[in-house]
Design a protein around this ligand. Structure first.
Ligand SMILES: Cc1cc2nc3c(=O)[nH]c(=O)nc-3n(C[C@H](O)[C@H](O)[C@H](O)COP(=O)(O)OP(=O)(O)OC[C@H]3O[C@@H](n4cnc5c(N)ncnc54)[C@H](O)[C@@H]3O)c2cc1C
Length: 268
C-alpha cells in the first residue's frame, strides 16, 4: 500500500470542503472495496476522507411510501432492520446474501452504489424498486444513476447521502452466487407496484445492471412465475469469463427471475 494522509470530517459540509481542497482525494466508507485495491497498489490516493464520523449519513427511516437508508448503513443493519424486513423484505434478504459476515458488518449501502460493481447486489434493488439516490447536491433516479462498469452519474467529489426505496406491493430477489466471492454470477430483483413491474438483472451484463423489459411486459400482464415459462434472455452482450459463459448466464437469468417472482408471490 502507498502512503496516504487520513482525514475524518464530522459533517457533510466538512467532507465536501475537504474533497474540494485536497489533491487526489478519495472517500472511504466500509473500505471493503477500496482497501483491497489499495493493498494491491491498484489505487493509491494521496488523501483518504473517511465518511464514518458523519451523522447525516446514518439511519433508516420508514414512511408510508418509502424506506430511506443512510449511505453509511452496513449491509448487516439493513438485513436486520425491522422496518426494512416489514416494508421491503426482499431488500433485507438481498442484504443478507451479500458476501460473508465480515463484509456485511463493514460494507455500506453508499459504498456499494457509488462503486457500481457489475456483480453487486444493491444496484439490482435500486433499479428494480425505482429507488432515488440522494447526494449532497441532488436527487438521481436509479434509472439515470448506473452508467456502466464501475461508472455512475456521480460527479467528482459528490457524496451519496442516502437511498430512498419506494415500498412495492411485492418484491423478490434471487441470486446464483459465485461460491468463492459470493458476488452474483446472476442476480434478479423483481418488483411489482401500481401499474408497473420491474425486473433488474445484476452480474450478467457487460455494462453492469440492466432491466429485462420482455420479462417486465409478461409479468405486467400476469404477475406469476408461469408467465416467464418459455421466455429466455439472449446471451448477446452478456459476460463470459472463467466463472460462467454468456450462454450459462442467459439461462440463469430466466431461472433466477422465475424464482424471484415465486418468492415475491409466496409472501403473506
Ligand atoms: C470478500 C468480499 C465479498 C463481497 N461480496 C459481495 C457480494 O456478494 N455482493 C455485493 O454486492 N458486494 C460484495 N462485496 C462488496 C461489499 O459489499 C463492499 O462493501 C461494497 O461494494 C463497497 O462498500 P464499502 O462501504 O466497503 O465502500 P468503500 O470500499 O469504502 O468505497 C468504495 C468506493 O465507493 C466510494 N464511496 C464510498 N462511500 C461513498 C459515498 N457515500 N458517496 C460517494 N462515494 C462513496 C469510495 O470512494 C470508493 O471509490 C464483497 C466484498 C468483499 C471484500
Amino acid at each position: 500500500m502507498y502512503a496516504f494522509a487520513f482525514h475524518r470530517p464530522t459533517s457533510l459540509r466538512q467532507a465536501a470542503s475537504l474533497v474540494g481542497k485536497l489533491e487526489d482525494a478519495k472517500f472511504i466508507a466500509g473500505g471493503h472495496t477500496l482497501l483491497p485495491t489499495m493493498k494491491q497498489r491498484l489505487a493509491g490516493p494521496a488523501n483518504l476522507i473517511d465518511l464514518n464520523a458523519i451523522p447525516e449519513l446514518a439511519g433508516i427511516e420508514r414512511s408510508a411510501r418509502a424506506v430511506t437508508i443512510g449511505a453509511l448503513t452496513r449491509h448487516a443493519e439493513v438485513a436486520e432492520s425491522k422496518d426494512v424486513r416489514e416494508a421491503i423484505p426482499a431488500l433485507a434478504e438481498l442484504a443478507q446474501m451479500i458476501g460473508d459476515p465480515a463484509v456485511r458488518h463493514r460494507g455500506t449501502l453508499g459504498g456499494s452504489v457509488a462503486n457500481n460493481d457489475p456483480a453487486a447486489d444493491y444496484p439490482a434493488a435500486c433499479l428494480g424498486l425505482a429507488a432515488t439516490i440522494v447526494t449532497n447536491k441532488r436527487k438521481i433516479a436509479a434509472d439515470d444513476f448506473f452508467k456502466g462498469l464501475f461508472e455512475t452519474a456521480l460527479e467528482e467529489g459528490e457524496i451519496v447521502t442516502r437511498v430512498s426505496f419506494p415500498i412495492p406491493q411485492r418484491a423478490g430477489y434471487m441470486k446464483f452466487r459465485n461460491p468463492a466471492s459470493r458476488y452474483a454470477l446472476v442476480g434478479v430483483f423483481v418488483a411489482k407496484r401500481a401499474g408497473e413491474v420491474r425486473v433488474a438483472v445484476t452480474g450478467a451484463g457487460a455494462n453492469g445492471v440492466f432491466r429485462w423489459k420482455e420479462a417486465e411486459e409478461r409479468l405486467k400482464a400476469r404477475f406469476a412465475a408461469k408467465s416467464l415459462v418459455g421466455l429466455s434472455h439472449s446471451p448477446e452482450g452478456l459476460n463470459s469469463d472463467i466463472h460462467a459463459d454468456a450462454q450459462y448466464r442467459a439461462h440463469l437469468i430466466g431461472v433466477m427471475a422465475r424464482r424471484a417472482v415465486e418468492a415475491a408471490s409466496n409472501r403473506e
